[in-house]
Design a protein. Structure first.
Length: 120
């Protein structure tokens, strides 16, 4: 699975769990660190953790991929899951506003995605 497909799957998992303002940015022309970033917001520290847990669980069980690195579970204000070609940022609203990755990576290309509803 390439980075674009993975980022769209992850965005769908986040949306299905009621994440706010989910965004995919293609940044491979801007950095060598990753190809795509997925940014999402949870409404509370509890939801931030739940969203990150959901991404980890879904990617692991459905796609067979573990994150190379995970950061931020202690604070639950900004959790990062690094899947190498895709880095996922799940923010608490104040942390998203403070760090403003949307502005930092504004030169990236925003990728549209359709949400596939999860089957029960």
């Amino acid at each position: 699975m390439n980075g674009l497909e993975l980022s769209k799957k992850i965005a769908g998992y986040l949306d299905n769990k009621k994440a706010k303002d989910v965004k995919i940015l293609k940044i491979d022309d801007l950095t060598v660190v990753t190809d795509y970033i997925v940014i999402a917001t949870g409404t509370s520290t509890t939801q931030v953790k739940a969203l990150a847990d959901e991404v980890d669980f879904q990617v692991k069980t459905k796609l067979g991929k573990d994150p190379a690195r995970v950061e931020g579970y202690e604070s639950k204000n900004w959790i990062l899951l690094d899947y190498e070609t895709v880095i996922v940022h799940v923010f608490h609203p104040q942390a998203r506003e403070y760090y403003d990755l949307d502005k930092l990576w504004a030169d990236g290309t925003e990728i549209e995605f359709e949400i596939e509803k999860e089957e029960e």
